[in-house]
Design a protein around this ligand. Structure first.
Ligand code: GDP
Length: 264
């Protein structure tokens, strides 16, 4: 299958299949593939769950987390575009104040998709930017605030403290917020993605995952490990660099795609 599903997951799937086929000594490769497919699909479906809604009239706060380079900014723009097509008014919150380039990048995308940005100078307190963004969203009748956050790995404890503070501020300003904490994962990083997901899940909590760069050769078997081990739903997948290249995650289509190449 060559899909980077992960050792632990693979072993468990094999064990389950062994249990289910006890007594059937001769299975065709087609039957085996079918059993594996069903097992993987069941794992994805188990982790699935509906996205949370915000209270009537309150801004919907979406915190976007993930390490640098995974496609966070691009995905934020794609998400905004989806919301806007559904008639929502979207505002970006530039809380990755660690890199000036991150603020510029978000600005460029905001202009492209046609939504507003709340930002401060590089080095500003990310939670203070979020506070401003929430106030602006109320004043401007914004429905959805998408919050970009820093993704540096080398100063993990600071980063996690920052994210926790942002969550506190969001909850204080809007009951139930943040309504979503979405982790962006790059499909090409393979099992390292699982390590990242564990880390973010432990410190910030996660309501969903978006897997990017599934248009390349990576098959993203990592999503199965995430769904099985961490029980986090996969919400969307990124399949290109353009604004419309974000698809809703469909377990059946995804599992089938893992089997596209012939089994040797
Ligand atoms: P960030 O550092 O996490 O904010 O990452 P960016 O949004 O700047 O994206 C990093 C690179 O990945 C850019 O060249 C994007 O065009 C590219 N990228 C993002 N999402 C996808 C995707 O789904 N498919 C492909 N092929 N490239 C992507």
């Amino acid at each position: 299958m060559g899909a980077d599903v992960g050792v632990q997951t693979s072993l468990e799937v094999v064990e389950k299949i062994r249990e289910r086929t006890r007594g059937d000594r001769f299975l065709t490769s087609f039957q085996v593939r079918r059993l594996i497919r069903d097992e993987l699909l069941a794992a994805l479906k188990e982790a699935a769950g509906p996205a949370m809604n915000s209270a009537e009239g309150a801004p919907h706060i979406v915190l976007v987390v993930g390490v640098n380079g995974v496609g966070k900014t691009t995905t934020i723009a794609k998400l905004a575009s989806r919301y806007m097509r559904a008639g929502k008014r979207v505002l970006f919150c530039a809380s990755d104040t660690f890199r000036a380039a991150a603020i510029e990048q978000l600005d460029i995308w905001a202009e492209r998709v046609g939504c507003e940005v709340v930002k401060q100078k590089p080095g500003a307190d990310p939670a203070a930017v979020l506070f401003d963004a929430i106030a602006a969203s109320r004043a401007r009748d914004v429905n959805v605030v998408i919050v970009d956050t820093a993704g540096r790995l080398h100063n993990k404890s600071n980063l996690m403290k920052e994210l926790e503070k942002m969550k506190r501020i969001a909850a204080r300003e809007v009951p139930g917020a943040p309504h979503e904490v979405l982790l962006i994962l790059d499909a090409t990083t393979g099992q390292n993605g699982l390590v990242q997901a564990r880390e973010f899940l432990r410190t910030t909590g996660l309501t969903g995952v978006i897997v990017t760069k599934l248009d390349g050769t990576a098959k993203g078997g990592i999503v199965i490990s995430i769904a099985r081990e961490l029980q986090i739903p996969i919400r969307f997948i990124g399949v290109g660099e353009q604004i419309d290249d974000l698809l809703e995650f469909e377990p059946e289509a995804f599992v089938n795609s893992l089997f596209e190449s012939p089994v040797s």
